[in-house]
Structures are given as C-alpha cells and as structure tokens.
Design a protein around this ligand. Structure first.
Ligand code: SF4
Length: 236
C-alpha cells in the first residue's frame, strides 16, 4: 500500500504531525510541501483565500495537480473571484470551490440582512467554518498560507501542527516567511496575486469585513476593523 492510499487513525496522524513539526521547523517551504505530498498524496490539499497564489504555486511544484480549496462565501470582492479563475486557468492545480449551504439571500431571509455586522462569528461559522469542515472531510492534511509575522495571534504557528478541531494535519509551509519573502517569491516565479494588494489592502477577506490598512498597521488590521474579532474561526 502506498502512502497515498494509506488509512491512518487520528492518533497516528496526530503523532505524525507532532514529529514533523519538530523535524521540519528548519526545512524550506518547498521541502515541507514535498514531505506533505509524499506522506499524504491525494489526501492532501491547499486552502487559498486567493489573496495570492504563493502556497498553491509551491504546492503545485511538490504535487502537480494538487487540490486547491477556495471558500466562496458569496461576499468576496470581484478581484478575488477573478484571481481564483486565473489560478484555475494558468496553474497546474485542481481548484475546488466550496460554497455555504445558503446563498446570501437565503441567509438574509432567515437571519436578517447584514449578519456580518450584527454577528460576524455566526456569519463566519455559516459561510466559512462549516463549509470548510465539510470540504476537508476526505483529506488527512491541509496547507494554509498562515505566517507568524502577520499578527500576534499567528506568532506561534507551527510549520506542521495538529488541527484538533478537524482531526487533521495542518501545514503552514510559509509560517516563517516575511512579507518580503512573499514578494520575492512572487517576483521570481511570476505568481498571481490579488489586484487589491496593489490598492492598499494587506490582507483580503470578505468585502464587508475588509478595509485598506493604514501606515504602520499590521497586515491583518484591515480585517473586522473596529471589532475584537481577529480570526474567522478557520484557524482558531
Ligand atoms: Fe461573514 Fe464577514 Fe465572516 Fe465573510 S468575513 S463570512 S462576510 S462575517
């Protein structure tokens, strides 16, 4: 049986994650993703918010045709959807778009309009957390673009860790990268990026909950600005 087909128990996956987290701390992003490709094969995917396609690009080098999961909340900027379409068209990846159970109109009818303003945690739970939970069911491991320098809440992100909530290995191959490292990789490899990054946005999420950042603010200051909320629940 190859690693690709291998079934593993939750305990085995957890032990694998903890060991890899220690052993791969100093490995390059590409080597971390090569380990993921060798270990999980098609049971591994990348999630992308389509802020940029850096991790998707790295993963496609390690595993051509890799699944890239995108959560279409129904609230994205059109530039984000355009980035998703461009990634699908030009990169050697398999883009999978997940959608919430309800359209925005259906959600408005049940919960009232602009739930994101009144109860963003519920809105994120319905439109992000739940669909991702469903969408990741067939995978043993998923990769994210989390970086330690993005915010205090992400400062301890392991390169490989255990996602207790979903019972999966969670891989953050560029956890140790700086914004400059990202820009260098984008320039060297001609990687697609969301046009909003050239328009004052440092982190791109749903349109109603994202604003441009001001000079000196950290990259995620433009997300849920004015609220104590800093994460959507996907990484908490
Ligand atoms: Fe809703 Fe805002 Fe969360 Fe998007 S980021 S799911 S609009 S609360």
């Amino acid at each position: 049986m190859t690693a690709v087909q291998e079934e593993r128990t939750t305990e085995e996956l957890k032990a694998l994650a903890e060991r890899a987290g220690r052993e791969l701390e100093d490995a390059s992003a590409l080597d971390i993703l090569r380990w993921a490709a060798d270990t999980f094969g098609s049971r591994f995917c990348v999630t992308s918010s389509m802020e940029d396609a850096v991790v998707a690009h790295l993963a496609s080098r390690a595993l051509p045709g890799v699944d890239v999961v995108f959560l279409d909340t129904g609230y994205h900027f059109e530039e984000t959807i355009g980035t998703r379409d461009a990634v699908e068209a030009v990169m050697d990846v398999n883009v999978i778009t997940l959608t919430p159970r309800q359209t925005v109109a259906e959600q408005d009818a049940e919960y009232g309009p602009k739930l994101h303003d009144r109860d963003p945690d519920l809105c994120c739970a319905l439109r992000k957390v739940k669909p991702l939970e469903e969408g990741l069911k067939g995978y043993q491991a998923w990769a994210t673009g989390l970086r330690r320098d993005e915010s205090e809440t992400r400062a301890n992100t392991p390169v490989v860790g255990w996602d207790e909530k979903r019972g999966k290995v969670k891989i953050s191959p560029i956890a140790k990268w700086s914004q400059e490292d990202v820009q260098t990789y984008v320039a060297e490899h001609g990687v697609l990026t969301n046009p909003l990054l050239m328009d004052g946005y440092a982190s791109v999420g749903c349109a109603p909950c994202t604003r441009r950042v001001l000079e000196g603010e950290d990259a995620r200051a433009g997300r849920w600005a004015g609220r104590s909320k800093t994460e959507c629940g996907l990484h908490g």
